[in-house]
Ligand binder design. Structure first.
Ligand SMILES: [Fe+2]
Length: 178
């Protein structure tokens, strides 16, 4: 199956809730993309948002292609799989979206706004970055996009908004392939 068709079918078939929230994984990722669109972000950032938690789909339902190297966290699993198909500016922020949360969580205001589930996972992900880790992250080429993806990620948990369908993103996905 072509990768775009596979992604669309994963989104369509997904029923599981985003950990600790009341939206499904698909709804969560589509909402993140919708927020990036609303903020008039570049299409690469929109596509990153749309696929940022794709690793969770792989963990839940691995196929023969990825079963053999399923070690690591969802951001790495998603990145490792998607980098064969999508441009660097799309997959790098996916790899760093958890690091971006650990970076942003140094700010008390940001931390306090995190959902309970997100606060718990922050600890499991290694907690807040220290000064050196922050500087290192700031030097990364896709630092700014990673922060953007993270901010839309945090906000994409609403249950009362009109949702787009994954099919409406087919063109974006296809045009983002390497
Ligand atoms: Fe997310």
């Amino acid at each position: 199956m072509q990768v775009v068709e596979k992604i669309i079918s994963n989104f369509t078939n997904n029923q599981s809730l985003y950990i600790g929230e009341n939206v499904t994984m698909s709804q969560h990722m589509i909402q993140a993309a919708m927020l990036a669109e609303k903020a008039k972000c570049k299409k690469e950032v929109i596509c990153s948002c749309l696929l940022h938690d794709y690793g969770h789909f792989i963990i839940e339902n691995p196929d023969e292609l990825v079963e053999s190297n399923l070690d690591g966290e969802h951001e790495n699993i998603g990145y490792e799989y998607l980098k064969s198909f999508f441009k660097e500016e799309i997959v790098e922020p996916i790899k760093y979206h958890v690091l971006a949360k650990r970076y942003l969580a140094r700010d008390k205001k940001y931390f306090n706004k995190l959902s309970e589930a997100s606060k718990i996972s922050l600890n499991l992900q290694g907690g807040v970055l220290n000064d050196d880790e922050c500087k290192e992250f700031e030097r990364k080429k896709y630092f700014k996009s990673s922060i953007l993806v993270r901010k839309f990620d945090e906000a994409a948990k609403k249950t009362d908004i009109e949702m787009k369908s994954i099919h409406q993103y087919k063109k974006l996905l296809t045009s983002s392939l390497i």
